[in-house]
Each structure stands twice: as C-alpha cells, then as structure tokens.
Design a protein around this ligand. Structure first.
Ligand SMILES: Nc1ncnc2c1ncn2[C@@H]1O[C@H](COP(=O)(O)OP(=O)(O)O)[C@@H](O)[C@H]1O
Ligand SMILES: N[C@@H](CC(=O)OP(=O)(O)O)C(=O)O
Length: 547
C-alpha cells in the first residue's frame, strides 16, 4: 500500500490533488543470473578439493541422502559467522581484543569476516582522488598513502608479526596510485581494485596474529573463493552461484586441513570482467550474511561499535537506545532508509536462509545487542526506529492528459528503466506520481546532473515535471497494526510544522508486518524535524522492546 498525503496551502508547483493509490517502492531486486563457472586463481586447491568432494558425494550421498549431507555438514564444523567492522579492528589493540573475543567462545567454530582497518577505505578513496591530479612523480607522497602505510606497519610491529605480510600489497598499492596519476583517471573498476587493499591487508594481519596465538587460521580473499557478483563496480550485487562456490571452498578446505577462515568483507569478483568488485559501502555485512546462508550456519553475528541497532542514529540523538528485536524486513527497511548501521542488502541472504542475525558491540561484549529474526511479537510495539536519509532527489510527475488515461504509470517507469535509474519511494494516483531517486545509485555515477536533466527531458514529453533536490526523508518505521495511530500523529505533526519544515506530503508504505512513514523536508531542516518528530510525536511510547 502506498499513500501520499498532500496538504493544501503549501506552495508547490505541481498541481496534484490529494490521492490514494496502489504503488510500490522499486528497490534493487536480486539479480539471479547464472554466473559462469568461477575461474579461480587458486586452481591447485580447487583440484585438490575437487577430489575430496567427489569422494564424499556420489554413491555415499545416494545411499544416505539427507542424513549423510547433515553428517558432512557437521563434519565441517562451522557454527557461526562473526563479522567485525572497521572500528572493531582499527588498531593492534583492537585486533588483540577481537582475537580475545573470538577465543572466548571456544564452543564455536566461526568463519570470520573483516572490514578494512578503521578509516582505511576512506583513505584509499581519498588517495585515489588525489592521485588523479597530483602528477605521477608525486603519487608516492600522497598523505593518505603514508597514513595507510603507517597504520598497517605499526599494527604489524605492535602485534609482533613479520612486515612481509603486507609489504608486497603496500608496494602494489603505491604502483597503482602511480598508474592512476599517470592516467589522470580513476574509473569505478580501478576504484574497486584500489579499495580492496584495505580488506586484503586487515585479514592477512589478523590471520597471522591468530596463528601466532596458536589458533590455526587461514586468510581468504572473497574474490578468490567464489564471491561472484554483477559487474556493477562500486555497488555490485551478489549472484546465486556464490552460495555453492563459497560453501564448497570453505568446507573443502576445512575437511582437508581445519583452520579458522578469515575472509575479506566487501569484495567480490565480477562474473564477466573477472575483476575485483565491491558490494557498496558497508558491504562486509552482506559478505557475512552470504557466508551464513551458504554454509547454513546457526547464527550470523555482526560486531560493531554500538550496542546494537538503535532507535535513532546516535550521532544525531545521543540518547538513542538499542532495539532488542527486529524482523529481517524491519532491519532491511531501516537500513534501506539510511540507518548506516547495516548494509541495505545484507538481510536478504539471512532471511532466505532463515538464519538469525545478532548485532553486537565489540567494545561492550556484555550488551545483549539486537537480534534480527523472521518474526517477533509486535503487539506492544508502535514505532521501531526513526531514520534519516539525506541527499534525496524528488520528482513530482503529473500527467498532461485527462483522468482515466491508461498506461501513464507504465510509461513513466519505462523511462526510468531505459535510463537505468533506481526509484526509491513511490506514491501514485491515476494521473500523478511522486517519487524519490535512490541516492546510492545516483552517487556512483559521474554525470549526475546531466542524467537528471535527461530524465526530466524524457518525462516532460508526457507530463508536467517538478524536480526537487537536496531533500531529506525522515522515515518512521513502525507496527502496521498501529498505522492509523502513527498516521494520525503524523498528520498532527505535519499540520503543526506545515510550510515550515515538512514539505507538504508524507509517503506511507506498508507491508503485512510493518509500516514506513516518510516525511520529506529540505536538507537544511532535517535535523530539526527528526528531533521534533522524536520528541513530540510519540511521547516516549514509541520504542518497541518486545520480541
Ligand atoms: N540506528 C542506528 N543504530 C546504530 N548505529 C547507527 C544507527 N544509525 C547510524 N548508526 C551509525 O552506524 C555505526 C555503525 O555502523 P558501521 O560504521 O558500518 O559499523 P562497522 O564499521 O563497525 O561495521 C555506528 O557507529 C553509528 O554511528
Ligand atoms: N571497508 C568497507 C566495507 C565495510 O563494510 O566497512 P565497515 O564494516 O567498517 O562498515 C567500507 O568502509 O565501506
């Protein structure tokens, strides 16, 4: 269900009447293409594992069926995936702490997924941007390169490891930056190769450290173990073929020679290009849930620097508190609408595999965190979370034809499809559509303004078009059974703030379980609106604590 409320008296150019109609958010749908067989540089291992797998399948499986599969699974032993984000492994001290944390669960046989150390991904991106214009002879002097080198070498020294673990990668990184400086160009493909150094180094260091502690560990580059993706550099989607490939590789290696896998988060391999791809910022969460599903694990743990998913971004509202339970849909919705804490696509594999996701704090192990599962008791819940998404572009599209015209919506969406632009929120009537464009999709493109102009030009052939940029959406995610109460309060709120902050309309989108109310405002007002909504609308009764 999608509803758009419009408030009379608010100055707007597009002459749409209040409307109620069917509509849907057109998010990124999974791209289930069948990837080509994975050409893996580690061919030696594959052949070795191939023998093992052939021995164990075939006749034995035919005889024992499901029981033998279960036995084989048990033999591989993995129980959980534990993902540690950049803040959890930002220094030697943090790596020690994480190693200690892992070892404090001796009953678990985990697969570990790591992000790049601290702000390394940002520094790599900055170094790349600077390399474009600094001149080849200056590329070695880029300050961010020095910061990256210093951090990794200091960490290795402090952990008492051998510098050779990363020295080859650091040399390669410097060469790459010189290449970018020479070409004066940083393509999305090169950008992905560039940022991959972060995860490749953190995992090598951590695996070496665990080995030094006597806990046998083996480092893996995700792009070498079957993480097969689309070729959408900087924002690739994981393809179905990934699941069996990753399971085969990790289980095969475990059977051959048990060692805790330490896998690079965030990275994959384009199925056509065979080049390194990345899964979008924060993509290590998706790596973790993909491994969880591939191996059919008991639980997926994502360890962060906060006590779980909070009711609001703690950078905006310091007193935000953890939400103990969420459904996959709620978590995906709040990630999609901008809560930076989880990657928007990361809930999909967990939901498909029916595997609970636990969001925990590596700085505060005792905090219970947030458990994300298929269902929960929503009877006492009104609102789960408030999320801010900024840098939104909105389009109001009103048909130039009369009421009753058919095919209008189809024409509008075919324009977006032809131009390859993702639509985010949608609200429709028979003759008008209000929609927002997905900033993450626009962001990684180079000709943003030209593209937008082109969309508008195409749409103007069939409609009056009003383009609003630099908007924010405040999303209130709550219990669908309390939608009318939430809506009632939002109407009161928007009436109070009409013409000041809220730009005159509210999107309401509902699934069977939860409802999302999206208030659109100018970016300059978003903090004000968010805090106002939080403080005055639900009088503290909003937070759900029930399972
Ligand atoms: N609703 C929210 N709940 C928790 N954290 C949030 C929320 N919205 C934004 N954040 C931010 O997300 C950060 C954690 O996500 P992220 O930086 O990706 O962690 P990591 O790098 O450890 O995986 C927190 O430090 C917090 O600043
Ligand atoms: N290092 C990547 C991937 C990632 O998931 O990082 P983190 O877990 O620190 O959000 C990034 O910064 O986007």
């Amino acid at each position: 269900m999608a509803v758009v409320l419009r408030f009379p008296g608010v100055a707007r150019d597009s002459p749409a009447a209040p409307s109620v109609g069917a509509g849907s958010r057109l998010g990124r749908e999974p791209y289930f293409a069948c990837a080509a067989a994975t050409a893996r540089p580690g061919g030696r291992c594959l052949r070795r594992r191939g023998l093992v797998v052939r021995c164990q399948s075939g006749a034995a499986v035919l005889k024992k069926g499901a029981a033998s599969v279960a036995a084989e699974k048990a033999a591989t032993g993995f129980t959980v995936v534990m993902k540690f984000g950049g803040s959890s492994v930002a220094s030697a001290e943090r790596m020690r702490e994480v190693a200690d944390l892992i070892l404090s669960f001796p009953e678990e046989t985990p697969v570990i997924v790591l992000s790049a150390m601290g702000k390394t991904t940002n520094n790599l991106l900055l170094a790349g941007e600077k390399a474009v214009s600094c001149g080849a002879s200056n590329a070695s002097e880029i300050p961010e390169l020095a910061v990256i080198k210093e951090l990794h070498i200091r960490t290795i020294d402090e952990l008492g490891l051998d510098r050779s673990i990363v020295s080859g990668l650091l040399d390669e990184l410097e060469q790459l930056l010189k290449g970018v400086a020479m070409m004066k160009e940083l393509t999305p493909r090169t950008r992905d190769y560039l940022v991959s150094f972060g995860e490749c180094m953190s995992t090598r260091i951590f695996a070496a450290y665990l080995n030094k502690l006597g806990k046998k560990a083996r480092q893996y580059d995700a792009f070498d173990i079957g993480f097969i993706t689309t070729d959408d550099f900087t924002n690739a989607d994981i393809l179905e073929a990934t699941y069996p490939s990753v399971a085969k590789r990790l289980q095969g290696d475990w059977i051959d020679d048990p060692a805790i896998p330490i896998v690079t988060g965030f990275l994959g391999k384009g199925w056509k290009s065979c080049a390194i791809t990345t899964l979008g910022r924060g993509g290590s969460d998706l790596t973790a849930t993909t491994i969880g599903k591939a191996l059919g694990l008991r639980e997926i743990q994502v360890w962060k620097d906060v006590d779980g998913v909070l009711t609001c971004d703690p950078n905006i509202y310091a007193n935000a508190i953890p939400v103990p339970y969420l459904t996959f849909e709620e978590a995906a919705e709040l990630a999609y609408f901008g809560a930076q804490v989880l990657h928007p696509q990361s809930m999909r594999p967990a939901r498909e595999g029916g595997i609970p996701v636990r969001v925990k704090n590596s700085y505060n192990r005792r905090a219970p965190g947030t458990v994300i599962t298929k269902t929960r008791d929503l009877s006492k819940s009104i609102l789960t979370s408030i999320v801010l998404k900024s840098n939104i572009t909105m389009l109001d599209i009103v048909s130039t034809r009369m009421l009753g015209q058919y095919g209008f919506l189809a024409k509008v969406f075919s324009i977006f499809e032809d131009l390859g632009i993702s639509v985010d929120c949608v609200a429709t009537s028979e003759v008008s559509i209000s929609l927002t464009l997905d900033p993450s999709k626009l962001w990684c493109r180079e000709l943003i303004q030209q593209e937008l102009d082109h969309v508008v030009e195409e749409l103007e052939k069939i409609a009056f078009v009003h383009l609003l940029q630099h908007r924010s959406i405040i999303s209130l995610i709550g219990n669908v059974q309390r939608s009318s109460l939430i809506l009632e309060k939002v109407v009161l709120l928007t009436e109070t703030l009409l013409g000041h902050i809220v730009e005159g309309y509210v999107y309401l989108q509902s699934s069977i379980v939860f409802t999302t109310l999206n208030l659109v405002c100018h970016a300059s007002n978003h903090l004000h609106l968010l805090l106002y909504a939080r403080r005055s609308m639900f009088y503290g009764e909003m937070v759900s604590t029930s399972r």
